[in-house]
Design a protein around this ligand. Structure first.
Ligand SMILES: Nc1nc2c(ncn2[C@@H]2O[C@H](COP(=O)(O)OP(=O)(O)O)[C@@H](O)[C@H]2O)c(=O)[nH]1
Ligand SMILES: [Mg+2]
Length: 247
């Protein structure tokens, strides 16, 4: 099974890959592989079984081609597409694989490389996305709904089962947790926030969100406190079963 970590820059993907891989190994005794697909990271907190930086790095492209960070990331993912087949040569058998994706997630997801990576993984083993909603960005009702709409765009683009989680639960405000868990409460908060002509659209997005997450339960994760790791493993497994990919 491949678990692809997705979410905005700084939402906690790399940290979660590090902590969750250790937890899966120690607590569940499963073999876990880790692949880094971020050509822009300077150092990694985990030891990777596959690292795209062996083939391309952003720093190198910035130096060689005089590009800025975004231009270099665009060139890097274009190059990644060409070396994708090497990714699969490097992946040995494991109970599960965690796939870390670029910090500048939109360049990965919305360029050709994102769907190509997912398709190639899916051809090898069942693949699921874990989308991190950053608690720090979801302090207001409209902030949380904007995060939902980003997740919706990712789901549309990659077309895989997507488990939605709230990252950095240790920073979570009580109101945010309630909004995430109780969509009726979120609707009320949207109306209270008086976003004017955007209210109807925002309420419409909440309706869409109800259909988006494959997991019925809300998972709050903190890599600081280790809150939510067993729940995350359970919802990943449940989502795979619902999609008929696991029994
Ligand atoms: N408070 C808190 N900070 C976190 C947590 N997970 C990650 N971070 C911090 O968030 C920042 C971005 O994390 P990173 O994993 O690099 O995000 P990425 O860009 O999505 O890979 C780092 O400073 C992390 O230490 C968490 O659970 N709680
Ligand atoms: Mg990262």
């Amino acid at each position: 099974m491949f678990i692809v970590l997705l979410g905005t820059a700084g939402s906690g993907k790399t940290t979660l890959v590090t902590e969750f891989s250790e937890w899966v190994l120690q607590e569940l005794g499963l073999t876990v592989g880790v692949a880094n697909l971020d050509p822009g990271c300077e150092s990694l907190p985990y030891s990777s079984d596959f690292d795209v930086r062996k083939f391309v790095t952003m720093v190198d492209l910035m130096k060689r081609e005089g590009l800025g960070p975004n231009g270099a990331m665009v060139r890097a993912v274009e190059h990644m597409e060409k070396v994708l087949y090497k990714l699969f040569e490097g992946l040995q058998r494991r109970d599960l694989w965690l796939i870390d994706t670029p910090g500048q997630n939109e360049i990965f997801v919305f360029r050709k490389v994102g769907p190509k990576v997912i398709e190639s993984l899916n051809n090898v083993a069942p693949t699921i996305g874990v989308y991190l909603i950053d608690s720090e960005l979801a302090e207001s009702a409209s902030g949380l709904v904007s995060s939902f709409s980003q997740a919706l765009a990712v789901k549309l683009r990659l077309n895989i089962p997507l488990v939605m989680i709230l990252s950095k639960a240790d920073l979570l405000m009580e109101d945010t947790a309630c909004m995430f868990e109780d969509l009726k409460f979120l609707e009320k908060k949207v109306i209270d926030e008086q976003v004017g002509s955007l209210t109807d659209m925002t309420l419409g997005l909440i309706q869409l969100f109800k259909q988006l997450s494959t997991a019925q339960r809300v998972v709050k994760i903190s890599t600081r406190t280790k809150e939510g790791f067993p729940e995350l493993y359970d919802v990943i497994h449940e989502s795979m079963c619902e999609c008929g990919d696991l029994t």
